[in-house]
Design a protein around this ligand. Structure first.
Ligand code: SF4
Length: 204
């Protein structure tokens, strides 16, 4: 597993994407806390991984404004937070899959998460558990449709076919989670994009 993570790290670095490999979620959290300045506006993508790190309460304690649509109390507030994430100082999220040849593969139903990853906040930090590292693009697309989407669908109660049968049927469901697929092949030119790979399972 370690070789797999180190291979992904080397390939991402070659593609201009700063990448750290750490052993524990606590180390990933510490790196985020080093990089985010007190009082900054921090957007958070729909990310179980970031939630699992427990970093958001610590950022709030440092005076950061947290823009996280999972906390919205109404559909209107949810949309407003999704839009506000695009103009945050920093964006925190995960990718759905990381390839050993240095690609970050992401699906999104609404698009706020993938939009913020590539042109929005000037600083983006993506945290990915070892379970998301796969050999190549084909394996990544298989993972996002047949592993990540079914698990997220069940968690979010999307009612999509993948959530029911456990694999993708290329549906037309109104709750489709993969209306947009973004593959980051090199660092987006105007974004300071950093990846933290964790030698533990995190998120889906
Ligand atoms: S197309 Fe539909 S069934 Fe396939 S992964 Fe996306 S949401 Fe699930």
């Amino acid at each position: 597993m370690e070789d797999k993570l180190l291979r992904a790290q080397a390939a991402l670095e070659k593609h201009g994407i700063k990448t750290q490999v750490v052993d524990t979620p606590e180390e990933a959290k510490a790196l985020i806390l080093e990089r985010v300045q007190p009082g900054q506006r921090v957007g958070v993508g729909g990310s179980l991984t970031i939630d699992q790190l427990g970093v958001v309460p610590e950022l709030e304690a440092r005076g950061c404004e947290i823009l996280w649509h999972w906390r919205a109390r109404s559909p209107e507030e949810m949309l407003s937070l999704r839009r506000a994430q695009l103009t945050a100082d920093v964006f925190l999220a995960s990718s759905n899959a990381v390839t050993e040849d240095g690609r970050l593969v992401n699906i999104d139903g609404v698009g706020n998460r993938v939009g913020a990853m590539v042109f929005g906040p000037p600083k983006v930090i993506l945290v990915c558990g070892q379970n998301k590292v796969v050999p190549d693009l084909a394996a990544a697309l298989d993972r996002v449709h047949n592993v990540a989407a079914p698990l997220n669908g069940r968690r979010l109660n999307t009612g999509t076919p993948c959530a029911v049968v456990g694999r993708c049927t290329d549906c037309n469901s109104p709750g489709r989670m993969c209306s947009v697929t973004v593959i980051i092949e090199r660092r987006p030119q105007k974004t300071d994009l950093e990846v933290i790979l964790v030698r533990q399972e995190l998120g889906y």
